[in-house]
Design a protein around this ligand. Sequence first.
Ligand code: GLU
Length: 257
Amino acid sequence: MSGRFAPSPTGTLHLGNLRTALLAWLAARSVGIDFIVRMEDLDRVQAAPEHEASQLADLAALGVEWSGEVVRQSERFDLYHDALATLRDRDLVYECFCSRREVRAEIENSPSAPHLPPGSYPGTCRTLSARRRQEFLDAGRQPAIRLRAAEAMAADGTTLIEFTDLVGGDFAGGVDDVVLQRNDGVPAYNLAVVIDDALQGVTQVVRGDDLLSSTPRQLLLQRLLGLPTPSYAHVPLVMGDDGERLSKRHGSVTLRE
Ligand code: GLU
């Protein structure tokens, strides 16, 4: 049993991230379970070892201690590919050839469905013909892999995923055709996070409430893959004076500063 902090090593942690880390650590300590740190460095373009080192140094400086080795997602692609193969075998995924720009335009042009996370993909490639697929491949486009959410929900016997957040209370949300593998072959966050939380024995997730609307996706993936569901506590983000979430543009926001 453990709690965790799972930053992406794409920059220096700001005070908002550090506050979330401290809350996660305190929550684990308060019930006497382990606490681990995992580096979510799936995006190898943006992630860098120096950011990882500075993030770990900042956590240590605050007294946030973790047990065991820090696990890096970049070293665990095989696990995520295996999980994807399981879903593929059950016919619960499809190839999506849309570019980011196309996805943006498609989202803008489709009515927003209630209960779905913001920016949900409207399913343009869900029923792609074999001919169209071949045209994309001939044009050199590589597909991303998406979840067939409607079929997955049906397999699970649900229409909404419900859970009780320890901060926000009862929550019910839908699941969209979330990306499971990007079109460059890199596994996507929502898949990797459920594999790692389960394999690392994480039973308590404390993280920023920007991820609340993604939690139904993660619960559904856990159920489809036969993995346990941890408890969730989504804590409010630290905001700048302008009401936007704290970031570099708010000036001195790092521990060093
Ligand atoms: N790596 C994610 C982030 O830095 C956090 C993921 C999580 O806590 O589930 O935003």
